[in-house]
Design a protein around this ligand. Structure first.
Ligand SMILES: Nc1ncnc2c1ncn2[C@@H]1O[C@H](COP(=O)(O)OP(=O)(O)OP(=O)(O)O)[C@@H](O)[C@H]1O
Ligand code: SF4
Ligand SMILES: [Mg+2]
Length: 318
């Protein structure tokens, strides 16, 4: 099986380790009063230096909230439980603030994160002194940003250009962990491939990269392993090679269905809908859509277990 642990750096822990993370939002409702809406539950992942972990999953599965939880930028009404460690240290709010933008860099999902009053070149250079002008010019050039882009303000950038500036900002930050949340929309295929190539180079240079993407094809091509999210938790972690191989190499019914839903694999839609955070089914979260379910699946939530070098959350996966 392809690399699952990445390059170790003399530690017996991964650069980022998340164990049993849960996130809920405290909501106030005139009819129901106060209630907690659980949006991430029992989520565990590890990312090593030297590897790209892709996170795939449909809209609303909790991908961006995971990024925010790691960086400590969740909204104030969020309640977080679980253990998140960076380089062996518990990521408490003070440490998150210290590392954010320096040791941990984010490519945010929305281009609205750009500072409207700062030129693109200065934004991309970030906190670094002296300014990394040569590296910025190299990355802007590789991502197809025109020479004058550095002196433009965000309102003068197209959506695709703004996203390439955000990608450049994270790459230039020289962080140990880069979290790229849907970094390629609005880019041409060539630009998207170049952006992914740059993330791959960062990983090969010893950084850890979390690549959040709807585009599983891109994840196949550039990631080392892929975590599949469903309704706020992981259902499978597999190597990218296993995803390229096909459903027989995968473990969870949802991962297999995602594979079959790809255009090149028959475009077979997955019947039903992902449950909404406020209305999660009892037992296995995938049970309402699963053709392999038993009565046990509708009563009990399956735990994550190791299987064939990966991980799966299903009673019956083999
Ligand atoms: N501030 C909030 N308050 C309440 N619920 C929220 C809040 N932010 C997100 N959610 C809910 O949490 C769930 C996960 O949201 P998240 O943004 O992480 O999804 P995602 O996987 O990134 O989706 P997408 O692929 O569309 O970006 C969704 O059901 C969303 O409605
Ligand atoms: S635990 Fe049961 S319902 Fe859930 S994915 Fe496995 S077979 Fe399907
Ligand atoms: Mg998102």
């Amino acid at each position: 099986m392809e690399k699952m642990t990445g390059k170790r750096q003399g530690h017996d822990f991964s650069l980022l380790e998340i164990c049993d993370l849960s996130v809920s939002f405290r909501m106030y409702d005139s009819a129901l009063g106060q209630r907690d809406l659980q949006v991430i539950s029992n989520l565990s992942i590890k990312v090593d230096a030297g590897e790209i972990l892709a996170i795939a999953g449909s809209s609303g599965s909790g991908k961006s909230l995971l990024a925010s939880a790691i960086l400590g930028i969740l909204p104030e009404n969020a309640i977080v439980a679980g253990d998140v460690r960076y380089n062996g240290q518990k990521l408490i709010p003070e440490l998150q603030e210290k590392l954010r933008g320096k040791e941990m860099a984010l490519v945010p999902q929305s281009v609205a994160y750009l500072d409207p009053l700062m030129r693109a070149g200065a934004q991309a250079d970030g906190h670094q002194k002296p300014r990394p002008t040569a590296r910025r010019k190299e990355i802007f050039g590789r991502l197809g940003l025109p020479e004058n882009a550095e002196s433009l303000y965000p309102f003068q950038l197209s959506g695709g250009m703004a996203r390439r500036v955000l990608v450049s900002t994270a790459l230039i930050a020289d962080a140990g962990l880069i979290i790229a949340d849907e970094p390629t929309p609005g880019m041409s295929l060539d630009q998207a491939l170049e952006a992914l190539k740059l993330f791959r180079e960062m990983a090969d240079d010893g950084k850890a990269v979390i690549l959040i993407t709807h585009d599983i094809d891109l994840a196949f091509a550039f990631a080392d392993k892929i975590a599949v999210f469903y309704a706020g938790t992981t259902v499978e972690t597999a190597s990218a090679l296993e995803f390229r191989t096909g459903p027989e190499a995968l473990r969870h019914p949802y991962s297999k269905a995602l594979w079959r839903a790809l255009p090149q694999n028959g475009f077979e839609p997955i019947a039903g809908f992902q449950p909404y955070a406020g209305n999660l089914p009892k037992g296995c979260l995938f049970a309402p859509r699963c053709s392999c379910k038993s009565s046990q699946c509708e009563q009990e939530a399956p735990p994550v277990r190791e299987l064939r070098g990966g991980e799966v959350r299903c009673f019956y996966a083999t």
